[in-house]
Design a protein around this ligand. Structure first.
Ligand code: ITT
Length: 199
């Protein structure tokens, strides 16, 4: 029987990207891949860590305890360079609290009069946790958030984020262009290297 890997996210956009990277880097080839849609009543972890890394670990530990399966979770978000750690680990919560991503963007721009672009970086920490396995990897990408959204691809803040050296938002790029140049790509690339070293 194959071992199981649970992709522990309730974010459909992230889930699609996890599946892309697992195939792209030929990871977990001998595993049966599962996601949270197949489980009912698992509840939700309380993400009360102070860092992306800690929150990725909290999520993975929660789902490992619930399912006994190897688990992969990420905690991610963006940080405005001139607003210490904001929104950071609260990137998803701020959008929920304020009523959507545009509201968070408006709030940020209200602090910087006359700017149309604000230097920011996206971060992703991945934790893979099993009874014996533990991997923590992170990736980040510098760029800018924009006042007005552009593009229809991707999810979350993709229409607001332009990586450095690009003139397109993640949501304006071909899907593969974002996938191969993102904070999550960099984290998965490190995960792939570490897993290769261990096997
Ligand atoms: P899970 O905890 O269930 O994985 P979540 O959406 O709550 O889902 P996070 O707490 O890690 O996940 O929040 C990260 C938020 O940052 C996410 O909701 C998006 O709004 C944003 N985000 C992360 N990666 C992104 C990406 O590649 N493109 C656009 N937005 C992203």
């Amino acid at each position: 029987m194959k071992n199981s890997l649970l992709l522990g996210t309730s974010n459909a956009g992230k889930l699609k990207e996890f599946i892309f990277y697992i195939e792209h880097f030929s990871l977990f080839e001998n595993f049966q891949i599962h996601d949270l849609n197949e489980y009912k009543d698992l509840g939700e972890p309380i993400e009360d860590g102070k860092t992306f890394k800690k929150n990725a670990e909290i999520k993975s530990k929660y789902f490992l305890e619930k399912t006994n399966s190897l688990v992969l979770c990420d905690d991610s978000g963006f940080i405005v360079n001139d607003l210490k750690d904001y929104p950071g680990i609260n990137t998803a919560r701020e959008a929920r609290k304020m009523g959507g991503e545009q509201k968070v963007i408006d709030f940020i721009f209200s602090k910087f009069e006359n700017l149309n672009y604000i230097a920011s970086s996206f971060f992703c920490s991945i934790c893979v946790l099993g009874k014996k396995e533990k991997y923590n990897v992170s990736g980040s990408i510098p760029g800018f958030i924009m006042k007005e959204k552009r593009g229809v691809n991707g999810f979350g803040y993709d229409p607001y984020f332009i990586p450095k050296h690009s003139n397109k938002t993640f949501a304006e790029m071909e899907k593969s262009q974002k996938l191969l140049n993102s904070h999550r790509y960099k984290a998965f690339e490190k995960l792939s290297t570490q897993i290769l070293q261990d096997n």
